[in-house]
Design a protein around this ligand. Structure first.
Ligand SMILES: [Zn+2]
Ligand SMILES: [Zn+2]
Length: 194
């Protein structure tokens, strides 16, 4: 009887140890240690010595032991968070491979078409003390527009209509394209950001 309990306990701890080292929790524990170690900038900023490797080892042993004992409590959350992070970074990579998006461009700068070499200055997003300006592109003619929005808390209330002079829809949630040749192969050079 007692024997079964010991075997079950060994299996339980063995699984916990595997998950905490080679398994998915190992990555999280390593990140935790790195955070505790701090960057040289952070350590300089806090005016502290980086923690000694011995202290970090104790810390690692403590959180590993805690995890090995209680792994069923943590493992599902860890796996779920890692899967979500992986999906997000894949979605981000897919978006970036399609072209430029206003939401990932900062400030004011110029776009450069890699196909027809058209160059144009655009605003992606700038803000002053009580207003901001967001970039849009007409989905019909390709013209860029910089539209001011209302004060604090009203960043999505644009002061002018989101219809282009040509009657097309202005959008900032689509891949940017060259107004001249419609190519999505654009490069962005930021000139300033506020
Ligand atoms: Zn072009
Ligand atoms: Zn237009």
């Amino acid at each position: 009887m007692n024997h079964y309990f010991e075997i079950a306990l060994c299996i339980y701890l063995g699984i916990g140890f595997y998950l905490a080292t080679l398994g998915p929790a190992g990555k999280d524990i390593n990140e935790e240690i790195d955070r505790a170690r701090g960057s040289s900038l952070l350590n300089a900023y806090l005016d502290r010595e980086p923690p000694s490797e011995f202290k970090l080892l104790l810390f690692r042993v403590a959180i590993t032991a805690g995890f090995v004992l209680l792994w069923p409590v943590f493992i599902f959350g860890i796996v779920k968070a890692q899967r979500k992070a992986r999906e997000e970074s894949q979605a981000f990579a897919t978006k970036l491979s399609q072209g430029l998006w206003f939401q990932y461009l900062g400030g004011y700068g110029s776009i450069n078409c890699q196909d027809c070499h058209h160059v144009e200055s655009i605003t992606s997003f700038t803000h002053g003390r009580d207003s901001s300006t967001s970039g849009f592109q007409c989905q019909s003619c390709g013209e860029f527009a910089a539209i001011r929005s209302g004060g604090p808390g009203r960043a999505a209330d644009y002061e002018s209509t989101l219809i282009c002079g040509c009657g097309g829809q202005l959008d900032r949630e689509k891949v940017l394209f060259c107004p001249d040749c419609k190519s999505q192969k654009l490069k962005y050079d930021m000139e300033f950001i506020t």
